[in-house]
Design a protein around this ligand. Sequence first.
Ligand SMILES: O=C(O)CCC(=O)C(=O)O
Ligand SMILES: [Fe+2]
Length: 360
Amino acid sequence: MAAATSPPRPGHSPDGATFIKALAESGSLTSVPSNYIFTNDPLDQAVSDPEESIPIIDLSSLTSGSPDQRSKAICDLGKACQEWGFFMVINHGVSESLIEMMMDSCRQFFDLTEEEKKEFQGKHVLDPIRCGTSFNLSVDKVLFWRDYLKVFVHPEFHSPNKPPNFSDNSMEYCKIIHQVARELLKGISESLGLEALYIDKAMNLDLGFQILIANLYPACPVPELAMGIPPHSDHGLLTILIQNGVDGLQLLHKGKWVNVKAVPNSFLVNTADHIEILSNGKYKSVMHRAVVNSEVARISLAVANGPSLDTVVRPAEELVDDGDNQPAYVGMKYREYLQLQQSNQLDGKSCLDRVMVSCN
Ligand SMILES: O=C(O)CCC(=O)C(=O)O
Ligand SMILES: [Fe+2]
């Protein structure tokens, strides 16, 4: 436990990780410790009321609508992927009680003692259960105001054995989220002019790699000086995120940062790097970041839905030719991509640059 006179210094304790939660809640902080100071360009301020509103997709029109409703939903989905790389999903059919239970389990995980959480620290970026602070302490130059738990949940299901209901809740929640992701990917395939199950088959989603990522961003005394998670794109196909009613996610849209004001009970979905690769750049992965606030802790729960680890992802053959649509990305096995992304600093879309043809 941290005494008020000697607050823990995350990332610098002899035994590895200390969590930002302990530091933020120690009552000893009036400012942001220097190793957390993240200087944002003032021009990077986010806007709350963008001229265009963030797209909303009604999942029920996609799964059980009339043919006309389904065609419209596919068209809306394609537009959302092309113009934003982000959309909110409503009428997703996942019960509010399951979402609440899952959120509670995450909160209870972060409320475990430091000693208990350290059991799940993990050592390697591909360890199936890993909790920690910031992003990757061995490479982060500035620390982020974030604690996290990452768990591989598909095709093999893992779970910490504490708190008591975490395993049951995450198994049920992640299974449903996998189905939602597959439904959305059917619509996205069709919006690209491919057959509905194209992405499902090409990415071998029966063995699709799924990671549950719980993020805790404690209240911060001077939020302008710290960053929860810096600008980045996600590595998989689609990330589906919920939060504890506290906003903080921002997206880069047409060169401006936009605050996401979440519609209650919606899923916040973003397209990730492997959709960009597969679509040969027609749909880009969206840059996003999470900011912190001085009032309350924010918890977000992101489920990253990716290809199977052994899939070599490259642009869909149907979308490339020898003329104007030459492949813009080289193929790479998802496992290698993941390892690359998790082992390096989180730095915008630098990982995707490595598979872009123009950079090779
Ligand atoms: O907390 C958020 O809203 C974003 C989290 C995120 O981008 C991530 O976990 O990859
Ligand atoms: Fe992300």
